[in-house]
Design a protein around this ligand. Structure first.
Ligand code: PAF
Length: 330
């Protein structure tokens, strides 16, 4: 090789190396992450942890972009976006999940779980993990169960001490058949509605109330639009961390593992937030002027009794054996 040919070969090699390096530098995947609540909520805390771990451990191969406060629309729309691959990731409630995988609705049965520890053990155990795996069949990758806490009723009509107090109450529910069945059985007037419309509807008085855990009631500042808070704890509210199949299938196995572990760290952060707000939330809401009442054991039992017909429906839908197995699990 003469000097001239060596020079040309060297130049071509240098150009190819620069090109390869710049392609590598730009081979960064943006992860659009949508969720319904503010960055200061339990979702925001989980989203931040998920981002922090993935970005650090994939050396910037994945870069998160947050869309909090329903920035990408209601939860159903966002899940559909994840299914289509126009949104890479989301943290959602179980609100519309049973419209995608009907089996998830079993966890939305009222008075199913004794406490947070019971719910977490079931969701992290074989029953919960089996349901997570079913999301594969509908073009979604479900990485972990998160949580919001136990849901309580807020409204502007009256304090609630028993089922008679919810009779005819225009109560916004999630678009969730299990919840709607329960409130119909209680004699309320359940009004399914996507979350982005709820605050406006409460302000305008087209609905009397809504139900959500303390994590949501505090972070969405519902005390500004609702007078009565009844600590009913009528149903546990799971959440889920989902990613698109396009994102998942385009990743190396190593990055998939990083995403999965990061999701589990995000869940730990979310549950930590829920634990904190369960202890501090009520005082905060009283301070903000809410009239707070807590159902006694007898009053809770009266609600449970009023749900007998709803339970018959749940047994028909999910199987009595599964419902009993969840209730009995330690
Ligand atoms: O009530 C709901 O729709 C959900 O709990 C919320 C507030 C969107 C959080 O996922």
């Amino acid at each position: 090789m003469n000097h001239y040919v060596r020079h040309i070969a060297g130049t071509i090699f240098a150009a190819a190396t620069t090109l390869a390096l710049s392609v590598f530098a730009y081979a960064q995947q943006e992860v659009k992450l949508g969720y319904a609540l503010a960055t200061t909520s339990h979702y925001g805390v989980a989203a931040e942890k998920w981002q922090e771990v993935v970005e650090a451990e994939t050396d910037g191969r994945h870069v998160f972009r947050h869309f909090p406060s329903s920035g990408l629309g209601g939860e159903r729309e966002v899940i559909e976006g994840v299914q289509l691959g126009t949104v890479e990731a989301t943290i959602v409630s179980s609100g519309t999940l049973s419209n995608f995988v009907p089996e998830t609705g079993v966890f939305d049965i009222p008075f199913l779980f004794r406490d947070l520890a019971h719910a977490r053990a079931v969701l992290d155990g074989p029953i919960g993990q089996e349901i997570l795996a079913k999301f594969d069949d509908v073009g979604l990758v479900a990485l972990a169960w998160g949580e919001q806490g136990f849901r309580h009723i807020t409204n502007n009509r009256n304090a609630i001490a028993g089922p008679a107090d919810v009779a005819g109450l225009k109560l916004r529910t999630m678009e969730n058949p299990t919840h709607i069945t329960a409130f119909e059985a209680l004699g309320a007037a359940p009004t399914p509605m996507a979350w982005p419309e709820v605050i406006g509807a409460l302000q305008q008085g087209t609905i009397d109330g809504q139900e959500n855990p303390l994590s949501v009631i505090t972070s969405a500042k519902l005390s500004e639009v609702q007078k009565y808070l009844t600590l009913s704890g009528h149903v546990y509210s799971p959440a889920m961390l989902l990613v698109s199949k396009q994102l998942w299938d385009g990743m190396s196995e190593e990055d998939q593992e990083i995403f999965r572990n990061a999701a589990s760290e995000a869940v730990t952060a979310m549950r930590g937030f829920v634990d904190d707000v369960e202890t501090s939330g009520v005082a905060q809401l009283k301070e903000a002027g809410m009239d707070v009442g807590e159902l006694s054991a007898e009053q809770r039992a009266a609600f449970q009794k009023a749900l007998t017909t709803a339970y018959e429906t749940y047994y028909g839908t999910f199987g009595k054996e599964l419902v009993d197995q969840i209730i009995a699990s330690k």
